[in-house]
Design a protein around this ligand. Sequence first.
Ligand code: SF4
Ligand code: MSK
Length: 630
Amino acid sequence: MTEKKFTTMEQMESDSKILFDRACDMCIDTWQTRAQDQKNHCKFGEDGVCCRICSMGPCRITPKAPKGICGADAHAIAGRNYLRTVVGGAAAHSDHGREIAHVLYEAARNGSYQIKDEEKCIKVAKEFGIETEGRDIYDIAHDLAYAGLNEYGKPFGTLKFVERATEERQQLWKKLGITPRAVDRECTEAMHMTHMGNTADATTLVRAANRAGLSDGWGGSMMGTEFSDILFGTPHPMETEANLGVLSKDMVNIVVHGHDPAMSEMVVITAEMPEFVNRARELGAKGINVVGICCTANEVAMRHGIPMVGNFLQQENAVLTGAVEVIVADVQCIFPALGPLSKCFHTKFITTSPKARIPDSDFIEFTASSAEESARNIVSIAVENYVNRKKDNLFIPEHKETAVVGYSCEAIIKELDGVTNTQVDLTGTYKPLIECIKSGVLRGAVGVVGCNNPRVRPDYSHIEIMKKMLKNDIIVVVTGCSAQAAAKAGLMSKEAKELCGDGLKRVCDLVGIPPVLHMGSCVDISRILMLITDVAKQWGINTTELPIVGCAPEWMSEKAVSIANYVISTGIDTYLGIEPQVKGSTEIMDLITERSRQDLGAGYIIEMDPEKLGDAMIAGIEAKRDALNI
Ligand code: SF4
Ligand code: MSK
């Protein structure tokens, strides 16, 4: 058997360079040129000590001016900015979850959206105390969606999914006053707290950030994941491909971009309809090729095997190939630059959400009731646009890799069931995984998540850190744009076991899995929360004791800061390769690192050098093993 050659960073960067040069030749700007223009970042902004909360300011903290006009110091200002960042992320994730809950509410047997996972619908409905016996599944789903929507604004009590956490976490959150109540309440209250003339105490601001983050992870995001599974199916492993090479030179290419699967699912299904495929053929194309970018790529890859054309910083590259008929986006992580860029090609840039209106895009609103019609419209525009493609002006890089995607918690347990020892009944549990960790066959696990970022060499930290983990027998789970970085480098292929230490390689062989497990989109970090929680419960230890860490090596989004807050609050150390913008306050820095470890048992570890960051993660895992005496 010939040894597999994995796509290298240099090969990917060489493809990007060709596309970048194409842009320069056409006098089009891209993120590379704009990052160059913006490279002298505002120091006050970077350090988090610019306050523009009221019009007496903006006030900027310097040694000569240590307080704003109202008397707010660096700690109050950096703390307020930090909390507002978390709220931005928590609101975005949670509102995504709310949209899905509305779609679930509208689901009907003869409607645009149906229930795909009845078992999960019944299971989650029971958690909410909804009567399920002898009832129509759509009535149950309707009640569940209503109960879920109520989680956003209920006047009393705390979030239902908090009851899924370990008893130790629930008690600690109660003690610290960070148990999330209604999702909207946490976001609104945090905005109120940070209004001019309110909270100036650093600890209170960071605690509110923990609570707002928890309302995302154990609230909005978790509902987003669970309700998406109910509507579109709980993911199970399937093969796909990744990188720009998945674009087709002789098919109609539709790129789905953004986050909410309600839009992308419908586009995928519509693009398979014979009437559109036949029309594409009439116009000279071989068919229709739907591919994904950012988290939408994760959503449709793990449920339909749709190829991933790339991650966040690759969105312009996809258009620059000249091979995209339509790029259609719903919410979050969409460059406004796609508007003017698409105008330089035949590409139609379509936006679908009133929450993300972008100049130079065509707006086709997507709602549960108009979904079919909107999807037909979008696919039709793409097909009819094929004849406008300039076939002599294409550059589709050839690199692509295969990847196995779709390891939901249910799928992981199912895979583990396939290898359980029948003498002891370990079916339906993580116990085989726990045994592998206890025995040292696996040293531990890492969740690598989040965006890529022009501040660093894009994708490099993701890929190099993952490779380092694999070599050291540490299994990796991924979500978001980290997943696409892994997929592009071949790390989600089963052949990637060749990059692993002996222990992890053996596990991959035995279970038949790749060493990097794809768990979905950014909201699906809630799957990682459940994985960690159930492993801790079945092991009989606290989450803080697990030899498991989180890592966001190239994060850029407010959502990532919200995620980091719920991950550390769940007891998992989080390693960051980009500094949070709070450096101007020693107190806030201490609160999110050392003090967080004292109070929550986990905090941030910040290190910009990916080599050192990886070493620190391994050291962190080994220290947890030592403490457990394993
Ligand atoms: Fe300046 Fe205080 Fe107003 Fe902020 S709230 S801008 S520190 S006066
Ligand atoms: S899409 S939040 S760039 S991971 Fe979820 Fe990627 Fe980060 Fe957006």
